[in-house]
Design a protein around this ligand. Structure first.
Ligand SMILES: *Cc1c(COP(=O)(O)O)cnc(C)c1O
Length: 490
């Protein structure tokens, strides 16, 4: 009891000091009055967000701070003494000003960006509610929200009733869950005794690097990843896949998993799911479709043909925080038969599962134990705009990419490297090296855009995924590059 009393006293003292420093007269403050802090912090939050939004508009590319000057520029140090409110708030403001603005119209750098109010609202609520998604007892209707999203996606891709899924902490982890389920299906002893034979997996040479990392995580090993060749558009060569699997079987290996990609990370290419699924069926291996980047085409009647044959896959993953524009992170993995989720991820835990309804105790099918609520932000978005609204979001990105490609094709100073039906627009301007151009634009606070390469060619990769972009922002992007290049000596 004594330690507890001392502990409370210590907290009480701490709070009292803070109260005094912010100038509130709270001589009779009790721990039970702590929630009042929340109201102050919500007011502060509004003030800070207003600053952020005005910065996004007025300084869309934050001035970068050199890493070796970071700690001398911003007061990031943690000290024994509390920070007085005035300093604390002004430090927060400095940090906000210097943080890269991913929701500005100058952000083309990554496979996410922008901000959709209704999705952000859901995430803010999830933070306030602070549930853990492992049991119905603790998360209540939030479990229903997660389940309805998963069910609807399974239905959309024509998976059977037996299908189910979960939310993973990102696309890499969704891919991890897929390959782990496949390992356990084809090598059930792996769960208890580990792996003794050599299992092999297949993915295209331009697929995401998480495939190789995950091969190492699951104990199969990076050297067992076979990289399948691609055509000029970056799509997996199905004949090469078939040949590689056959050769491995001949040599006594156990092929067990093929990863196809819906939207490769650099070019945004779509592997031919239908053709790949036939090869997988022939050799009896698991087919996963990594749709982290562009799997959200399932929401568009216009573009879902790009994942034709998706119903023949064993698992499918999609990041709502990429094309659908929810805040990071929101990654979904579904599989055709939920028994694989249970077999690979469930564990008895009496201290946790104290009510019986397993279908609603999501901890039995997730990677983590405590798990944040990533479903609510997608649900608030989806519920408010409808599936039709999600289609509009997806279609808009393809439209912007087309505008960008047309611009490039009509301007002889540019060379285009990417293709139709992709929201990655890859190009070079004059003879300027892509790396030099992107880095100089960033250092001069003009644009955030990255570069990539494919078949030994380097280029700028502009991504039209940012949900706030309009046609004029695309044109402005090119004008900015042209003006910048002519005013500097690149
Ligand atoms: C982004 C991406 C991933 C990884 O997703 P994270 O959420 O960043 O872990 C995996 N695969 C592809 C094709 C991607 O584009």
């Amino acid at each position: 009891m004594l330690w507890r009393f001392q502990y409370e006293l210590l907290i009480f003292e701490g709070i009292f000091i803070i109260y005094r420093k912010i100038g509130i007269n709270l001589q009779n403050a009790k721990i039970s009055e702590l929630p009042h802090f929340m109201q102050n912090d919500l007011n502060l939050f509004t003030e800070l967000v207003e600053l952020l939004i005005s910065e996004e508009k007025n300084n869309p590319v934050a001035t970068p701070i050199d890493t070796n000057k970071l700690y001398s520029t911003l007061d990031l140090q943690l000290n024994d003494e509390p920070s007085i409110d005035k300093d604390f708030i002004s430090t927060l403001k400095d940090i906000i000003k210097s943080t890269p603005k991913t929701a500005s119209t100058s952000f083309f750098n990554q496979l996410f960006g922008g901000r959709i109010g209704r999705a952000t609202l859901g995430d803010l609520l999830a933070v306030m509610l602070n549930n853990s998604m492992y049991t119905y007892k603790v998360a209540g209707p939030q479990v229903g929200i997660e389940k309805i999203i998963l069910r609807t996606i399974c239905d959309m891709i024509k998976y059977p009733e037996s299908a189910d899924g979960t939310f993973a902490p990102g696309g890499s982890m969704s891919n991890y869950m897929a390959v782990l389920m496949a390992r356990d299906k084809y090598n059930p002893l792996a769960r208890t005794k580990g792996i003794s034979n050599t299992m092999t997996l297949y993915t295209s040479e331009v697929s995401h690097y998480s495939i190789a990392k995950n091969a190492s995580f699951i104990g199969v090993g990076r050297h067992q990843v076979r990289t399948v060749k691609t055509n000029l558009k970056g799509e997996m060569l199905v004949e090469d896949l078939d040949a590689k699997i056959s050769k491995d079987i001949e040599n006594g290996y156990q092929p067990f998993f093929v990863n196809a990609t819906a939207g490769t990370t650099v070019l945004g290419a779509f592997d031919n799911v239908e053709a790949i699924s036939k090869v997988c069926k022939k050799h009896d291996v698991w087919l996963h479709l990594d749709g982290a980047y562009c799997g959200a085409v399932i929401f568009s009647d216009t573009y879902k043909h790009l994942v034709k044959g998706i119903e023949h896959t064993d698992s499918f993953s999609v990041n709502a925080h990429k094309m659908l524009g929810t805040p990071l992170s929101c990654s979904i993995i579904v599989t055709k038969d939920k028994k694989h989720l249970y077999e690979s991820f469930s564990n008895e835990a009496e201290y946790l599962y104290q009510t019986n309804d397993d279908d609603f105790n999501l901890g039995k099918t997730s990677l983590q134990c405590g798990r944040r609520n990533d479903a609510l932000k997608l649900w608030t978005l989806w519920k408010s705009v409808g599936s039709k609204g999600l289609k509009t979001i997806v279609d808009h990105q393809f439209k912007l990419a087309e505008i960008a490609r047309n611009y490039i094709n009509n301007h002889p100073d540019y060379t285009l490297y990417s293709f139709e039906n992709s929201i990655s627009v890859c190009f070079n301007y004059k003879n300027i090296s892509a790396k030099t151009l992107c880095t100089s634009l960033y250092e001069a606070s003009r644009l955030m855009v990255g570069f990539g390469n494919f078949k030994d060619q380097n280029f700028v990769r502009m991504v039209t995924i940012n949900t706030v972009l309009k046609e004029k922002d695309i044109l402005n992007f090119f004008k900015t590059i042209e003006n910048f290049a002519s005013s500097t000596d690149l």
